[in-house]
Ligand binder design. Structure first.
Ligand SMILES: Nc1ncnc2c1ncn2[C@@H]1O[C@H](COP(=O)(O)OP(=O)(O)OP(=O)(O)O)[C@@H](O)[C@H]1O
Ligand SMILES: [Mg+2]
Length: 485
């Protein structure tokens, strides 16, 4: 073993990867395998099909990527195919696999819509070992017959429950019809609803299952979750108040609709925030630009549809805001999972109008998400916080040479206390908190509304239950699964 690999954390060495793969791990700075990596890697190395479920941000990409690359390194042609639901995720997974596999000389190509067919084909033909694709474009390439000798031995469906849900299922079935029968297939996700697990059993060959998700809480424990009950018309004011109060390093705000994304991003920009929108109707160049700027912190607020809900791993996302609560419990888990990743704490904040209580209760019940009810800070609370922050900031600030010059110039005419007070007032004028004094319902009022809702809902359910018995639960299930982006 080379000198480099002797410093590889021993737990990783125990997997018995090739030297070049170990170098990739060392370079990534991973110290210990995450629980899903610990469990999934030996199974994948064995060659078994696998259904792997683990919380958001716990390293599923490397869990399948490392053993898969270890197996295919040194072979010619595409050995690993990864299918992801969005283009942004395809690029990110390809980048991570490139970084982990570069010492093994593994070449990675992304294949997705909105960019040139011939370029993607050319790159694959010039010796790619990994293809990371979104389903639509991959299916086109396969069905056109242009992608010859495409026999990946390992196929991964990342965000598998989304890939096997109604929006993508037909494409995936078509794609599988072009792939080798004796492939190894791996499904990964933080959520794995039962119907999807049953479907997976049909698609996979005697799969092993690893699930590292708490039965009572599908969300990552590093995410502090809260919700605020507001009136519909207060949504934007509440969001802005909460952004100002929580002062995020980076934030993602999720909306239900593309048009809402555009409107909200415009509003935030007009109020002076570094915000940008992201949704599926934007052209590819604009999408790439937004994600790039969000990653390199030129933009620190991303307003997005669920196109950004799954898999995205952006360093420094301290807060996720749900402008509206999502329809789907799974969507909630993935959205909030954009923060609290790789062991770093994060916060998820959800705005709820009373009309959305039903969704809230469904998410709390089916995902076990521990979401705490809170009151939107008043303008006084915000002001008090800003004063505290400013005091701390002044205490910490280093004195610049120019400040001494300005002070001596002013001191001729003005007393030192007055100068200090004026300087602080100048800083305060840049911190003026806006918006109504009070926004939304107090915790007490909100609790009362929620209790009333539960009572009414229970009563309605009893009445309906007596009327049409068992058919309801099945309908509800169908409805929630069909509401995809
Ligand atoms: N063993 C490790 N030690 C430290 N960091 C790691 C380790 N494995 C992965 N990471 C880092 O953790 C972050 C999250 O990993 P990844 O995106 O694979 O999570 P995930 O489980 O796929 O989440 P999601 O369900 O949201 O897709 C990445 O930045 C990745 O580089
Ligand atoms: Mg992932």
């Amino acid at each position: 073993m080379s000198d480099n690999t002797t410093t590889i954390p021993s737990r990783f060495l125990e997997f018995g990867f090739k030297n070049e793969i170990n170098k990739g791990i060392l370079n990534a700075g991973f110290k210990v395998p995450s629980p899903i990596q610990e469990k999934a890697i030996p199974i994948i190395k064995e060659g078994r099909d696998l259904v792997a479920q683990a919380n958001t941000g716990t390293g599923k990409t490397a869990a399948f990527g490392l053993p898969a690359m270890d197996k295919i390194s040194g072979f010619k042609g595409v050995g690993l195919l990864v299918i992801t639901p969005t283009r942004e995720l395809a690029t990110q997974v390809a980048d991570e696999l490139y970084n982990l596999g570069k010492y093994a000389g593994i070449k990675t190509v992304t294949v997705y819509g909105g960019s040139s067919y011939s370029r993607q084909l050319g790159l694959i033909e010039r010796g790619a070992n990994i293809v990371v694709a979104t389903p639509g474009r991959l299916k086109d390439l396969l069905s056109s017959g242009k992608l010859r000798d495409f026999n990946p031995e390992i196929v991964v469906l990342d965000e598998a429950d989304e890939m096997l849900d109604m929006g993508f299922l037909e494409d995936i079935k078509d794609i599988f019809s072009y792939l080798p029968q004796n492939r190894q297939t791996i499904l990964c996700s933080a959520t794995m609803p039962k119907p999807i697990r049953l479907l997976a059993d049909k698609i996979l060959d005697n799969p092993a299952t690893v699930s590292i998700v708490d039965k009572d809480n599908a969300t990552n424990k590093d995410i502090k979750q809260s919700y605020y009950v507001i009136e519909e018309r207060e949504r934007t004011d509440a969001l802005i108040r909460l952004i100002d109060h929580s002062n995020p390093q980076k934030a993602i705000i999720f909306c239900r609709m593309k048009i809402e994304v555009d409107r909200l991003a415009d509003t935030l920009i007009s109020r002076g925030y570094d915000a940008k929108g992201l949704h599926g109707d934007m052209d590819q160049r604009a999408r790439d630009e937004v994600i790039k700027n969000f990653r390199n912190s030129k933009v620190n607020i991303l307003v997005a549809t669920d196109v950004a809900a799954r898999g995205l791993d952006v360093k420094g996302v301290s807060h996720v805001f749900n402008y509206h609560i999502p329809f789907d419990p799974e969507s909630y888990v993935h959205r909030v999972g954009r923060t609290g990743r790789a062991g770093i704490k994060g916060e998820a904040i959800t705005l709820i109008a009373p009309i959305e209580f039903k969704e809230l209760l469904r998410i709390q019940k089916s995902m076990g998400a521990p979401i705490e009810l809170k009151t939107v800070p008043s303008s006084f609370d915000l002001q008090a916080k800003e004063l505290n922050d400013l005091t701390a900031e002044i205490e910490k600030t280093d004195i610049k040479d120019e400040a001494t010059i300005i002070l001596s110039a002013l001191q001729n005419e003005t007393d030192i206390t007055e100068i200090a007070l004026k300087a602080v007032s100048l800083l305060l004028s840049k911190h003026s908190s806006k918006g109504p004094e009070h926004i939304g319902f107090s915790e007490k009022e909100a609790k009362r509304l929620l209790e009333k809702f539960k009572e009414n809902n229970g009563r309605k359910r009893d009445q309906r239950g007596r009327r049409d018995g068992r058919s309801r639960s099945r309908n509800r299930n169908n409805r929630s699964r069909s509401r995809r982006r």
